[in-house]
Design a binder for this molecule. Structure first.
Ligand SMILES: *Cc1c(COP(=O)(O)O)cnc(C)c1O
Length: 395
């Protein structure tokens, strides 16, 4: 019997997320296209993942060239893209060693394991990692336990122990938690899910000093802030300090699943067998990472991204003043606008009806994560749509 062609539906997918009734079939740079042929300016970009926009040529080329050459020799063997990408990342950061993973959570799991191992070797088996209220580190059991999201302490109880929570940007609250079992402090340099809250310079420098005094490791989760998102290659560069451990994800693969755990030699203490994974450091994703990081490092790229971000920030400030909204905050292409009331979800829906994709990490604020290579015209287009949407939402 001949079956009529059917349009795919979501009924066989686990309902893990509330999604709008849109199905995207194509992406190009700053824009997405749904299967009705509608075009959207995308200021979510896969949650700050597509740093070069949708389906950039460098990523497509790296993928197809590497796919035709070598996809998977297996993690028991070296491959050239992984070695090259690790060398590039260490050359442009303060770190010496890299382990590649497939997700931000996996990189953070690795950071947690590395800190615990270091504690066993050098600090009397200290294992506690101080993390922060409202933080987000991923969705595995350990990274959920490290996260400070409301409700996450009980949802899949029992938690993984060893993650006392301090208050972000409050050095005294961290000091109060340091004890004989403390091995590390882990934080996002801008808390993204919390609503784009940057760490203060004095706070981060204070954490560095606290770590030096007590012999603790400073772990920065740059899964969201890394790879050019805040205007520097890595956000820690804004602060004039060096962390001991850093994790990357999201932007590193420009849309393909790739993450990294980076460590200074002094704390890079994994021995053979301690860490690994079937797909970790595979040449397919590492070749893409290489193409992405080379693009970010190309002459003038970050500079031009910073000027586009400044245009966006200025436009948000003007909209906020005109419509009597709240604070505009954040760095580079990771910005937030306070709405003054809980209309975030409504604004997201109204904006998507007008062809603008937005994210509201909290009911009272919007988060902006455009492609780092957006054009001035695209930013103007988005600001126009946003202004219209907000005016309608407030009317
Ligand atoms: C997205 C994110 C993660 C988790 O990354 P996944 O790839 O979803 O596992 C961890 N930390 C931060 C700061 C993030 O923004």
């Amino acid at each position: 019997m001949l079956m009529a062609p059917t349009v795919p539906t979501a009924h066989s997918l686990m309902p893990v997320n509330q999604r709008p009734d849109l199905v995207f079939v194509r992406g190009a740079g700053a824009h997405l296209f749904d299967r009705e042929g509608r075009r959207y300016l995308d200021w979510v970009q896969g949650w700050a993942v597509n740093c070069l926009g949708h389906s950039p040529a460098v990523v497509a080329q790296a993928l197809s060239a590497q796919a035709a050459t070598l996809i998977n020799p297996g993690p028991a063997f070296y491959n050239e893209p992984a070695m090259e990408l690790a060398a590039l990342l260490t050359q442009h950061s303060c770190f010496d060693h890299v382990f590649f993973g497939n997700s931000g959570a996996e990189a953070n799991e690795g950071a947690i394991k590395l800190a615990r191992k270091w504690g066993q070797l050098h600090k009397d088996c200290a294992f506690e990692i101080i993390t922060f209220g409202n933080s987000f580190h991923g969705r595995t059991l350990a990274t959920m336990s490290a996260s400070g999201k409301a409700g996450w302490d009980t949802i899949f109880a029992p938690q993984v122990p060893g993650f006392p929570k301090a208050v972000f940007n409050d050095l005294d609250s961290v000091r109060a938690l340091v004890g004989p079992d403390t091995v590390a402090i882990m934080l996002e340099l801008t808390q993204g899910e919390a609503g784009v809250i940057p760490a203060d310079t004095a706070f981060l420098r204070g954490l560095r000093a606290l770590c030096d005094t007590h012999g603790l490791l400073l772990i920065v989760d740059e899964v969201q802030t890394g790879c050019g998102r805040t205007g520097a290659l890595f956000a820690y560069e804004h602060y004039g300090i060096e962390p001991d451990i850093m994790t990357l994800g999201k932007g590193l693969g420009g849309g393909v699943p790739l993450s990294a755990l980076l460590a200074k030699k002094a704390c890079s203490c994994f021995e053979a067998g301690d860490q690994g994974g079937t797909f970790c450091g595979n040449p397919l994703t590492c070749a893409v990472g290489l193409a992405v990081v080379r693009s970010l490092l190309a002459d003038g790229f970050l500079e031009s991204s910073r000027s586009i971000s400044a245009q966006l920030k200025q436009g948000l400030v003007e909209i906020s003043q005109e419509l009597h909204l709240g604070e505009v905050r954040g760095r580079g292409a990771l910005l937030a606008l306070e709405l003054g009331c809980d209309i975030g979800a409504k604004v997201v829906t109204l904006a998507s009806e007008r062809g603008l994709l937005l994210n509201a990490p909290r009911a009272h604020c919007l988060r902006f994560m455009p492609a780092l290579n957006s054009s001035a015209d695209e930013v103007s287009e988005g600001l126009g749509l946003l202004r219209e949407t907000l005016a309608a939402a407030l009317a």
